[in-house]
Design a protein around this ligand. Sequence first.
Ligand code: AP5
Ligand code: MG
Length: 199
Amino acid sequence: MAVERKAVDLAPLKSAKLPVIFVLGGPGCGKGTQCAKIVEKYGYTHLSSGDLLRDEVASGSERGKQLNAIMEKGDLVPLEVVLDLLAEAMLKKVNDSKGFLIDGYPREQAQGVRFEESIMPCSKVLYFDVPDEVMVERLLNRAKTSGRVDDNEETIKKRLATFHKHSEPVIHYYKDKCAQIPALGTPDDIFVEVTKFLG
Ligand code: AP5
Ligand code: MG
């Protein structure tokens, strides 16, 4: 897919010296749920790459249509698209943010490398570890109300395969700053472990 890119001045982000936390884990592991709790307690700015992409789709742009087709297949969208959306969203908030929670990114090692080179270094990584069958159950349950084009049995299988192939290796890449949290309990139980790591 050809990608249009705007020239954006990233200097305010580079000089901001704010904490950046990458929040990783398979589809339906609870990234969004835990991020909402982290925002409440720590006041960080939550940016979900999936939500930013869905906003772009909702805008009705040609690019949005192409993105929707990729997300419907459970594949990864091109790196530059997500990186640009994140950078733009971070720039909007940088002056009154305590730090950034980046949910669902990086989904492949190259995304992490490019983010840290062009935006700012990541301070910590949270990884929510949940068996596939539990993630499927959670997503099929959410499918009843989510309206998401990728919350169906076939796409969920593909999202899981994409996660294991491309995203799981990212956790090993960041092992020195990553907390691997088993995320089978209640959201509150899991959040206790999150706060132990975030301090
Ligand atoms: P994205 O929107 O990030 O989807 P995802 O990773 O598949 O994860 P979800 O948002 O579905 O789940 P979640 O982990 O946030 O869990 P939630 O808290 O909602 O990405 C969508 C697509 O966009 C990708 O497939 C890809 O195509 C594209 N994309 C996104 N980022 C990209 C990137 N960086 N590069 C390239 N492409 C990218 O919880 C799920 C459900 O479980 C909810 O109903 C919730 O209430 C429930 N639940 C949560 N916690 C618990 C618990 N502890 N116990 C019981 N139920 C729970
Ligand atoms: Mg999410």
